[in-house]
Ligand binder design. Structure first.
Ligand SMILES: [Zn+2]
Length: 309
């Protein structure tokens, strides 16, 4: 095996991955307490425990169902030179960078589908009904959503030509970035208004978690923000103080216990259509009191790319 092939066949070591992920989580949790971006509605400890329980089930699903498919597939891609990135022999660093960019772009497409396909929305809903958003929200994905994403992940690896190192690098960067952009961390405005032109930031993703439809229907990117700029789905003009986090139909904390959230894909009464109706009253004429509380004093211009504070 050549040196090039050996480096692409490797993965980021497990202990280093765990150190990076838990180190990032711990740093964000501490910084969120010191510099919160949004006011919390629920008891933080209870929410964190609920989110970590949901995260444990999804981590087990990744180990039992996703990795047994994607790891051997990425090895076969590397051995057999399958897929787009294997059409030409690129330098290792260029191939790895393109792997991350292409996987990130196709994750944008998957995230869009989880909102637009009713069955997928049922399973993405447990992530969005969190009434506050912080670093633990990033880990709160229903195990059913992980299961449904396995064929998509396999197609990404096979068609794009992703090596084991390319996949491993993207997975690590993705989990670190989703913890960062879900975090309730108030970054200095000057820094974040520049950063969001390159990557997804807490204020930007906070708008995606708004109960208002026009805001949820924006900012689908994960690591880099360019897919939202490319598809004109970027929205930065909503102040965080004007956002109500969650889904309009699920605002009662007593309906969002751990058991209810786990059963939500089966019990959801609003599998996508109702959410898709939600919008700020001044934009649509709708008059839902649950949304009225989220209306900012000054209505922002639609689809502005200037970051609101
Ligand atoms: Zn979403």
């Amino acid at each position: 095996m050549s040196r090039r092939s050996r480096s692409l066949h490797r993965e980021i070591p497990g202990f280093f991955n765990a150190l990076l992920i838990f180190g990032t989580l711990a740093t964000l949790v501490i910084q969120e307490l010191r510099h919160p971006l949004r006011q919390s509605r629920e008891n933080k400890l209870r929410r964190d425990l609920r989110n970590l329980a949901i995260a444990a089930a999804s981590a087990a699903t990744v180990s039992l169902m996703e990795r047994p498919v994607t790891t051997p597939l990425a090895r076969a891609v590397e051995r057999q030179h399958w897929g787009l990135l294997k059409l030409v022999r690129l330098p290792v660093s260029v191939e790895l960078a393109l792997s991350v960019v292409l996987l990130d772009y196709t994750l944008y497409v998957w995230h869009y589908l989880t909102h637009k396909v009713p069955l997928l929305w049922r399973f993405h809903l447990p992530h969005h009904v969190d009434l506050d958003m912080d670093a633990t929200t990033a880990l709160r994905f229903h195990f059913g959503e992980i299961m449904l994403s396995v064929p998509w992940r396999a197609a990404q690896v096979r068609l794009l030509g992703i090596s084991p190192m390319g996949l491993s690098l993207w997975q690590t960067l993705t989990i670190i970035e989703i913890m960062f952009h879900h975090s309730n961390l108030r970054l200095p405005y000057a820094l974040e208004s520049r950063l969001c032109r390159l990557m997804v930031t807490p204020r930007m993703h906070g708008i995606h978690h708004s109960i208002v439809r026009k805001e949820t229907d924006s900012n689908w990117s994960t690591i880099f923000s360019w897919p939202d700029y490319l598809h004109r789905t970027i929205r930065l003009d909503v102040p965080q103080s004007a956002i109500t986090i969650g889904v309009a139909e699920y605002q009662d904390p007593s309906e969002l216990t751990l058991g209810s959230v786990v059963r939500l894909p089966l019990t959801a009464q609003h599998p996508s259509g109702q959410l898709q109706q939600a919008a700020r009253p001044s934009l649509t004429g709708a008059d839902d009191p649950r949304e009225r509380q989220a209306v900012p004093e000054r209505e922002p211009q639609a689809c502005s790319t200037t970051l609101a504070g």
